[in-house]
Design a protein around this ligand. Structure first.
Ligand SMILES: Cc1ncc(COP(=O)(O)O)c(C=O)c1O
Length: 420
């Protein structure tokens, strides 16, 4: 890393001041978008936007619908209900009590956190792992600590908000490339070469909104021509792609060329938390400059116990990941049989696209009433006209549930299009 930590801190304060000037404009724009989305949802739910908070939360609806719906959460592996995981959490609470009390830096971690770090490092074949309170704060903390003035971050346009927030906070220059378009990434790198202290390329392995996988081989191969650090977010692939669940980077054979690999622990490993895995030489920089690590309470010991238990189960029972992939394939085949276009999606995130947001909202509500829980993804989360119902397949779903969901969805769409 070319710039020192002190330089980074000074530069960051300067850039936050100029960001502040833009804040009012951006807050207004965000408010407009939120109003637009909530009006749409409220009208679909048959209530006024003023009191639509009174409508049941997605979580409570999900709890009622869990046995019939396709998506409850993103607990891909279904381990949040596994008796071993629940027992490990109960034991951890009995021994270490609830909460963590403080940040990792000031003693919030216990030996369970340390064991989780070691297990993940071994699984990934990386020298070091650092735990963060959530996946969001991992991206926010790590990216903003790594990059600074004089650096450039080149990121995929569909990157998660936590990546984008980390980039903005870093004070580095940034530019996006078209989603999964390696030729556009090459164009951006060609323009940047020789002009920056460090260049970071940031991608996700499996995209959270589109369910497609990144061309990781092609991206990693670019390191032969361009000097950059590769940062990969494996939130939607860690624990169920790759050998023993080491993730999609491992499956693609690029993990050694990934400099920083992060994931949330809130999806497939049945807990809350996040981590970054990297070479040991970067630990000092991260531990002493990632504010999300230094100034935020770490996740509780019970969550570390859930992570350890989940990873043990997944490593000893590859049939869990295989079942997830089989169900995912089955759901995709069924949807395609009924004429749905799933675009490039491949992962257990299965997006069904709608060009009309109102139709999407109406169908989403009708799905609820037929006991199917899914979430509408609308602008500004995705581009206008690319709204989608985002189904997520987990190991706990059954073939009957998938058949039911696809049939109901297909009937609703058919009726809606006949009317219009
Ligand atoms: C790609 C990606 N990265 C990071 C996160 C943040 O993870 P967490 O929910 O643990 O904060 C998410 C959450 O959905 C995600 O989809």
């Amino acid at each position: 890393m070319a710039a020192t930590i002190r330089q980074r801190y000074t530069a960051r304060s300067a850039s936050s001041a100029s960001e502040g000037r833009q804040l009012c404009r951006r807050t207004t724009a965000a408010g407009d978008a939120a109003t637009e989305s909530s009006q749409l949802l409220a009208s679909a739910l048959g209530c006024s936007p003023r009191n639509w908070r009174g409508v049941k939360t997605a979580r409570s609806l999900a709890c009622e619908l869990v046995y019939v719906g396709i998506e409850r959460d993103q607990d891909y592996t279904g381990l949040n209900r596994h008796p071993d995981v629940i027992k490990a959490v109960q034991d951890a609470v009995a021994k270490y009590e609830t909460g963590s009390g403080t940040s990792a830096m000031s003693g919030g971690m216990c030996e369970l956190h340390k064991r989780a770090e070691k297990m993940i490092a071994k699984l990934l074949g990386k020298e070091a792992v650092m735990l963060f309170p959530t996946g969001y704060s991992t991206n926010l903390g790590v990216i903003s600590a790594l990059a600074g003035t004089g650096d450039l971050i080149v990121f995929d346009r569909e990157s998660h908000a936590s990546i984008i927030d980390g980039i903005k906070l870093s004070g580095a220059k940034y530019v996006s490339f078209r989603h999964n378009a390696v030729e556009d990434l090459v164009k951006k790198l060609n323009r940047a070469i020789g002009k920056y202290d460090n260049i970071f390329v940031v991608v996700e392995s499996a995209y959270s909104m589109s369910g497609d996988l990144a061309p990781l081989n092609d991206i990693a191969n670019l390191k032969e021509k361009f000097p950059f650090f590769l940062y990969v977010d494996e939130a939607h692939s860690f624990s169920f792609y790759g050998q023993h669940g080491a993730g999609y980077c491992q499956e693609c054979g690029v993990i050694e060329r990934v400099d920083f690999l992060m994931s949330t622990l809130s999806k497939a490993t049945a807990a809350v938390g996040g981590f970054v895995a990297c070479d040991r030489r970067y630990l000092a920089l991260l531990k002493w400059s990632a504010n999300a690590y230094i100034f935020q309470a770490c996740f509780p010991p019970a969550d570390a116990a859930a992570v350890i238990s989940s990873l043990n189960i997944l490593q000893n029972d590859p049939s869990i990941a295989s079942k997830l992939h089989e169900l995912n394939r089955y759901m995709r085949d069924k949807l395609e049989e009924f004429g749905f276009d799933l675009r490039q999606s491949q992962s257990p995130v299965v997006p069904v696209y709608f060009t009309d947001d109102e139709e999407l909202g109406r169908i989403n509500v009708k799905l609820y009433s037929r006991h199917i829980f899914t979430v509408s993804v609308l602008y500004p989360a995705v581009k206008r006209g690319e709204g989608r119902l985002r189904f997520i397949v987990t190991c706990n779903h059954t073939i009957d549930q998938i058949n039911y969901t696809v049939r109901v969805l297909s009937d609703l769409v058919k009726k809606s299009r006949e009317k219009s």
